[in-house]
Design a protein around this ligand. Structure first.
Ligand SMILES: [Zn+2]
Length: 254
């Protein structure tokens, strides 16, 4: 129940952000503030009674729900369980099976929850003091096939590991797959530099001028950090080789 409430709070936060000032009671159709109460109705999807309002200028009706982020959702009660399952690393296919919904619904809800999470992140960063130390790294994954790799650049606050931002960029396959990938899917652009720049520019807005940036020894980082953080300090650490997940304390030879 507690987590449910927490989620409701999150949604209402996103709601406030997404509404961008629509909280003041105005007609969503003609923006008039000449409005009147117009009864209540029971929402089919969750049985909640919602107040309806009528605009006296354009005669159209609307309700509190018209401004809601969950507006027109028929399965809003699944938002929270879906969120919990997805953040636990369960696949969309499996989530659909567990919650007995179609894969299209879970895919749509994933996009919706992504927008909510983005608003939440933006809001949480707005009230933070300027950053003194940031950790930055890239990880690799793929879309559809290993022949179509993706790079995810991620920046976190040092110490707290709070996520500051991330960018997903396409990159060409390398190693033994490079030839096969080129043959099957043609030339794949390398957008890693653009993605990293975009992320670091965003981080720059949140940081102090003399921010400390920690990263691994990737040779592409120093020129980029020198360019974007001329007064910052760049500390590089020898990266450990990535290893199989799920080995707990065995990871990294600890
Ligand atoms: Zn109106």
């Amino acid at each position: 129940m507690r987590t449910g409430l927490c989620f409701e709070k999150r949604l209402s936060l996103a709601f406030i952000l997404l509404c961008l000032g629509l909280m003041q009671r105005t007609c969503p159709h003609c923006k008039s503030s000449n409005i009147n109460a117009h009864g209540r109705y029971q929402r089919l999807s969750d049985g909640v009674r919602v107040a309806r309002t009528r605009c006296l200028s354009c005669r159209r009706t609307f309700s509190e729900a018209s401004h809601d982020v969950c507006f027109a959702q028929k399965k809003r009660h699944l938002n929270h369980p879906l969120w919990m399952l997805l953040v636990s690393g369960i696949s969309l296919r499996r989530v659909s099976k567990v919650l007995r919904i179609s894969r299209t619904t879970s895919a749509r809800k994933l996009l919706f929850l992504g927008r909510v999470a983005k608003c939440e992140l933006k809001e949480s960063l707005r009230h933070k003091a300027k950053l003194e130390c940031v950790e930055f790294d890239d990880m690799e994954t793929f879309e559809h096939s290993k022949c179509k790799p993706l790079s995810i650049s991620l920046a976190v606050e040092s110490g707290t590991r709070r996520i500051l931002g991330f960018e997903v960029s396409q990159m060409p396959a390398n190693g033994p797959l490079a030839k096969i990938a080129k043959h099957r899917y043609g030339r794949r652009p390398d957008q890693r530099l653009i993605g990293r720049k975009r992320l670091l520019r965003f981080v720059r807005k949140l940081s102090k001028r003399n921010v400390v940036i920690k990263s691994d020894e990737n040779p592409h980082y120093p020129p980029l950090i020198r360019e974007l953080f001329p007064r910052g300090e760049h500390l590089r650490y020898k990266g450990r080789r990535g290893c199989v997940v799920g080995q707990g304390s065995l990871r990294g030879g600890l």
